[in-house]
Ligand binder design. Sequence first.
Ligand SMILES: Cc1cc2nc3c(=O)[nH]c(=O)nc-3n(C[C@H](O)[C@H](O)[C@H](O)COP(=O)(O)OP(=O)(O)OC[C@H]3O[C@@H](n4cnc5c(N)ncnc54)[C@H](O)[C@@H]3O)c2cc1C
Length: 399
Amino acid sequence: MSELTEFRQQVRTWLEANCPMSLRTPTPDGELIWSGSEVNFTFDDQRQWFNSMRDKHWFCPSWPTQYGGGALTAQQNSVLESEMRRLKCRPPQINLGIWMLGPVLLEHGTELQKQQFLTPMTRGEVRWCQGFSEPNAGSDLASIRTSAIDQGDHYLVNGSKIWTSYGDKSDWMYALVRTDAKAPKHQGISLLLLDMHSQGVQAKPIDLISGKSSFCEVFFDNVVVPKENLIGELNGGWKLAKELLQHERSAMSKFGEFQLPTHFDLMSLMSDYMPAPHSASEAALLNKAVAANMEEQAYNLTVQRLGAEMQAGQSCFGLMSIMKLVHTEQEKIKFELLLDAMGYRGLGWEDDSFSEQEQAITRAWLNSFSQTIAGGSSEVQLNVIAKRVLQLPENKGVS
Ligand SMILES: Cc1cc2nc3c(=O)[nH]c(=O)nc-3n(C[C@H](O)[C@H](O)[C@H](O)COP(=O)(O)OP(=O)(O)OC[C@H]3O[C@@H](n4cnc5c(N)ncnc54)[C@H](O)[C@@H]3O)c2cc1C
């Protein structure tokens, strides 16, 4: 038996023994476990699964052991992922720090920063939020204005962020700040880590029409940030931001795979609501669903191919924009088709006459729009793909 086959066998046995049956289903809205100083479990199995995976060092399976990781090779990591997929295990925890900041810290952090920030991440003890967007600096991210002024041993941060997901529930923020107002805009930005409990930080939830919102505006009023919290070089934050966003896009391209709330089986749901097409328009709808299903399968195969290429040492970095674009657009189409098939059953919101699943589908449909914006909108991904992947020339305008 090859070493990898033996490893697969061990992983399978361990997961079967440790992942409770109740957590081998798609995660409903509201049952995601966010790591942090306050972790909320709705039932005991979640706590047990969280603790088992944490103690196995599989929150960050491929990170080095000295920072609490599991030190799995890329191949072993992909075996773990595929075995979790096979058993339909829910993710034991969610943390933006692990998805996005961690890989950047591993590459660019000082030893002290790695010790201070990575180990608590791998234990699920700190919740992170992303402080990138500002009013007038979303797609045009390099226009950020929140400033960090050098005060000798610390920076003084002033300004505001917007669309900060869960800013009010997070312990720490990784933020882009302007550290040189006179330099060209891409060259005056730094990446800074900010304790959200510092004096002068205020996170205000933004009300949305749905009545639920994860978004906050975050205000900084003379916030003192130690200089040790600067990641990488002063004014070198733009390069790190681009890396971090690629990690975000990579994580977003896997959402369906790990059974986050959008994970629904299109074909089986279509047949629940439309067992046999009774009209030309229903037949056309079914045809579209079949095409969408095939595209989803092609996408999943491409993810596997990219995984194999990465294991073979090829860099797939710029391709994450393609994966994020394709996946989020496919999800949106999938839910539009599903809603068409559901007819009035797709109108459920908080009314008891709609099943939990129907309400979850309606919410997932609405959420699918936001995923084409979060992490950089689809239009912006197309620009990135044109420039960085296809290396097309800049558009100088039509004369
Ligand atoms: C669910 C969700 C979660 C988010 N979480 C966070 C978070 O935690 N932290 C954070 O910092 N931000 C977060 N954001 C903000 C997100 O990063 C921005 O919304 C996104 O970058 C777009 O910026 P904007 O909203 O300012 O839109 P704008 O930049 O104003 O864009 C408006 C429209 O113009 C288009 N457009 C803009 N520039 C171009 C161009 N050059 N070419 C073609 N089209 C263009 C865009 O595609 C879009 O359709 C989140 C957003 C969402 C939806």
